[in-house]
Ligand binder design. Structure first.
Ligand code: ATP
Ligand code: MG
Length: 408
């Protein structure tokens, strides 16, 4: 962290928000006397007029009276902290409001002055120290954010390394014997011509189990070998249609209604069609199962409305990337344009104590129903190597909403 170096000779930009004309004049004359010639000093008498000045200029420090005609108390402080989070705020309180001054320090002000009790020298010193404290606070916040991000990346990388190594080793070993079994069973089921249907049934069961094991092996290999991408220019709407076609059987079997809000104007992007199709199929299957499992479990006789809504749109991210999870933020720039896909269902949703686990490899709430728990971790890897983002949250009234975000 940088050391505290304060030069009172540095020019600064100050905004005074004070409705009392006398106090405002005193502050203005003290500031003109003590600050360097090229410093910027602006003064105004309400929060509304201050807003215009804050839109036009960047200030190092605001001197704020808490008793303004259009805003009282710490409300003004909250407003300024949101409006200009990088600006230091010094409160100018009345002689009987020292307690309030101290309270504002806890609410995010850098310092407070008590009217009538400060000299030009104290004022100058207070402003420079406040600016420096704000700078250090911002540095600390940024360091903390980076630390959290790095920690999350390390955890993720470590998990992937362990699972990846284990997965590819086991998968290669198991794949060949599985192929032999599958070949043998297929051969036998064609050869055996006995009247007893029991034989055919046993063979079919073996075939089904072997296929299932093969799918798990393929998932595991996918998990550890996602580096080979075949990226080409394409339209995400087309991939959605293809993934729907491939899941059509399950959609019909479970009586799920599909609603498509696909924007016709999303730009073409570079991505691996097969991989993104795989992500969408995983999301559709999760949604279908979440709706079918919960309608099976529900004791209510009312049949539930099973609906998947798929929406695509081209949008602009916010300045602070708040819509992107921390671990993906390095993939995006503030205000960047992106394409988003949301898959919303009307299923059970995810219990609050499980929501942090759903992307963990092998986490599944459906083990008894055949879930392996690799679907979402594969999706997460695929989105990560597309420099994109995947997140899942509960819907406002029911079900879950999965969001995929691709940088343009
Ligand atoms: N749309 C959803 N609604 C409710 N829960 C969900 C949804 N999507 C995922 N989940 C939860 O997240 C868990 C992990 O999902 P994931 O796709 O990784 O594994 P899975 O579906 O259980 O198994 P598989 O490996 O076969 O995909 C699910 O078991 C379920 O508990
Ligand atoms: Mg799944």
């Amino acid at each position: 962290m940088s050391k505290l170096e304060i030069s009172f000779k540095r020019s600064i930009a100050v905004l005074v928000i004070e409705d009392n004309q006398v106090d405002r004049r005193i502050l203005h004359s003290m500031l003109t006397k003590t600050l360097t010639k090229d410093s910027v000093i602006k003064a105004t008498d309400s929060l509304t007029t201050a807003e215009n000045l804050l839109n036009e200029h960047t200030f190092d420090v605001v001197i704020l009276d808490l008793n303004l005609p259009d805003s009282k108390g710490t409300k003004s402080l909250d407003y300024l902290n949101k409006k200009c989070p990088r600006t230091a705020i010094v409160i100018n309180t009345g002689a009987y409001d020292e307690d309030l001054g101290i309270e504002t320090l806890r609410e995010g002000a850098q310092d407070f002055l008590v009217k009538g009790k400060y000299s030009s020298y104290i004022l100058n010193k207070t402003l420079h120290y406040a600016i420096e404290r704000k700078r250090l606070e911002l540095e600390l916040k940024e360091a903390n954010r980076q630390l959290k991000e790095t920690r999350n990346q390390l955890i993720q990388a470590e998990k992937l390394k362990v699972i990846g190594g284990l997965a590819s080793g086991v998968a290669h070993e198991v794949r060949n014997p599985l192929a032999t079994i599958l070949y043998g069973v297929t051969f036998l089921s064609k050869q055996i011509k006995v009247d007893n249907p029991q034989y055919q049934l046993v063979l079919e069961n073996i075939q089904e189990a072997t296929n299932k094991a093969n799918t798990i092996i393929t998932d595991l290999l996918d998990f550890s070998s996602l580096s080979e991408l075949k990226k080409e220019l394409g339209n995400l709407n087309d991939v959605i249609e293809k993934a729907l076609l491939l899941t059509n059987h399950e959609i019909n079997k479970h009586n799920v209604q599909v609603v498509k809000n696909l924007s016709p104007v999303i730009p073409m992007l570079e991505f691996d069609k097969n991989r993104i199709e795989q992500v969408l199929i995983n999301l559709f299957m999760n949604a279908i199962y979440a709706m079918s499992d919960c309608s099976q479990d529900a004791s209510a006789s009312e049949p539930m409305d099973k609906k998947i809504t798929i929406t695509t749109s081209a949008v602009k991210l916010s300045d602070d990337l708040k819509e992107i999870d921390l671990i993906y933020q390095k993939n995006f720039a503030p205000s960047q344009r992106v394409v988003s896909i949301t898959v919303t269902d009307t299923g059970s949703g995810i219990p609050a104590d499980k929501i942090d686990k759903i992307f963990d490899p092998f986490y599944t709430s459906r083990r008894a129903r055949g879930g392996v728990g690799l679907g979402l971790s594969v999706c997460q890897n695929i989105m990560q190597i597309h420099n994109g983002c995947i997140s899942i949250a509960n819907g406002p009234s029911c079900g879950a909403v999965a969001t995929l975000i691709f940088p343009i």
